[in-house]
Design a protein around this ligand. Structure first.
Ligand code: NAD
Length: 453
């Protein structure tokens, strides 16, 4: 497939100015919403084939999420896209100043496999809302979901506007040689660096949504029942294959035994079984093999069983884990939950800050001083106090990482801004201007200028 040709068509289409019309954008969003609803069953079937993800999980974490983003833009697009009047300083009187949100142009979105619909379609929706064209490259790892999205996009939109690529590393490597106006990437830090390097050759701005090891701190004052129930839900959702899942627990040693007992209780209560509604498979053999190597039988407090035929790994809690253990050397991205302990809260924060900045961090506590220390002392993309994962479901909050976990953010208004350029315009009247700034200069003019500036 000739991607340069498709991009050329998209350049021409963007230059036709059609995408700048807000009604055009809203029609496209409406059309996408209808196409998703029409193909909902296909989407459920495809993702089930990819990794056994249930209809319930697919609706709550993927389809409803994508539809919510579309609704947000349909409702807010007029105000988001209208010029914002700002104050004008004395030196520019008589004049007025406005900020125009201008679409960046021809964009490329690269998705990850773990929430294939949400992570590919949400950035595409933001790109459309902001008035851009888009080439979407979903992850080939969730192959059936990728095909479902290609059908939805390519059967409902002309390729000079939106186009979904079915392909893998070879295709995306070729696409990355082309000159886009924006690249939005979701995936691993390792591939994020490849994308950043390719983008730098054309000075293309990037948003990189990456991963990392996201801690959940459980303090002595926490409501342990609430902490256990929420951590178990957030960790084993999608069998731990969630970028913002709590990667590991750091718990005050005084409450560690009570916490792990409660974690076990909720794992049993939530009934995570192979082939069940509430549990997904590990995406492929490669990841399955990578994960089971992280389970040191000596440290297993609960779980530890697996079935290669079904790519099933039981929810597993590891205890007596140290920072040196293999499970602490990389993002787990699976249903294995190491529990580490700390003696004092500041020491726990120090341990986190010695490692790369995580995408998310969570704190369970009832102590306001600890809440302040958590939000001010350690750097991470975003997170929750007394919950996990849910911050990303609030589209009034930006979602993104920092440092090794990413660059930039999106969701709601932030997605619109990510795909827009803020163009500054100062408009002057053609009357009422003193000649202070114009030559020839004089001491008198300087005295006045000093007063004005
Ligand atoms: P990945 O980096 O392997 O793949 C992501 C995308 O990059 C895919 O579309 C893939 O085709 C493409 N890709 C692969 N190799 C490439 C190459 N050499 N050059 C260019 N593109 C290439 O990541 P993944 O396995 O799909 O996802 C897992 C990672 O993504 C985890 O680290 C996870 O934390 C992270 N993640 C982050 C977020 C977030 O929102 N921040 C969301 C989901 C996943």
């Amino acid at each position: 497939m000739n991607f340069q040709e498709i991009l050329n068509e998209q350049k021409e289409f963007f230059n036709s100015q059609k995408t700048k019309n807000v009604k055009f954008r809203k029609r496209a969003l409406q059309q996408l919403k209808e196409a998703i609803l029409k193909n909902e069953d296909l989407m459920y079937e495809a993702i089930y084939k990819d990794f056994g993800k249930s209809k319930f999980d697919t609706f709550t974490t993927e389809i409803s999420f994508v539809l919510k983003e579309i609704e947000f833009y349909l409702k807010n697009l007029n105000s988001l896209s209208s010029p914002k009047k700002v104050r004008t300083n004395l030196a520019n009187q008589l004049g007025s100043s406005k900020i125009y949100s201008e679409p960046l142009g021809n964009t490329l979105v690269i998705g990850a496999w773990n929430y294939p619909y949400q992570l590919s379609l949400s950035p595409l929706i933001a790109a459309v809302a902001a008035g851009n064209t888009c080439i979407l490259k979903p992850s080939e790892v969730a192959e059936n979901s990728m095909k479902a999205m290609a059908k939805i996009i390519n059967e409902n939109f002309p390729r000079e506007y939106l186009f979904a690529v079915e392909g893998g590393v070879e295709e995306i490597t070729g696409i990355l040689e082309l000159k886009f106006d924006k690249i939005f990437f979701t995936g691993s830090t390792k591939v994020g660096k490849i994308v950043y390097e390719a983008a730098a050759k054309n000075l293309t701005p990037v948003t990189l949504e990456l991963g990392g090891k996201s801690p959940a701190i459980v303090a002595a004052s926490a409501n342990l029942e609430v902490a256990a129930r929420r951590i178990v839900w957030g960790k084993f959702l999608n069998a731990g294959q969630t970028c913002v899942a709590p990667d590991y627990i750091l718990v005050d040693e005084r409450v560690k035994d009570s916490l792990v007992t409660s974690l076990k209780k909720y794992i049993q209560k939530f009934s995570y079984k192979a082939d069940s509604e509430q549990y997904t498979q590990i995406i492929n053999e490669k990841n399955f093999e990578r994960l089971i190597k992280m389970i040191d039988p000596e440290n297993v407090f609960y779980g530890g069983n697996f079935d290669a035929r079904k790519r099933f790994i039981e929810p597993t809690i590891l205890q007596n884990v140290t920072w040196e253990d293999s499970v602490m050397q990389e993002e787990i991205f699976g249903p294995i939950l190491p529990v580490l302990t700390y003696k004092n809260f500041n020491e726990a924060l120090l341990q986190i800050s010695k490692h790369e900045k995580p995408l998310a961090a969570y704190l369970f506590t009832n102590n306001s001083e600890e809440k302040d220390l958590f939000t001010s002392r350690i750097s991470f993309g975003g997170g929750c106090i007394n919950d996990v994962v849910m911050h990303l479901s609030n589209d009034h909050l930006p979602f993104g990482g920092v440092g090794n976990s990413g660059i930039g953010n999106y969701h709601g208004k932030f997605g619109f801004d990510t795909f827009s350029h803020q163009k500054a315009i100062l408009e002057r009247t053609t009357w009422g201007e003193p000649d202070l700034k114009y030559p020839p200069y004089s001491q008198k003019k300087l005295t006045w200028i000093k007063r004005v500036l």
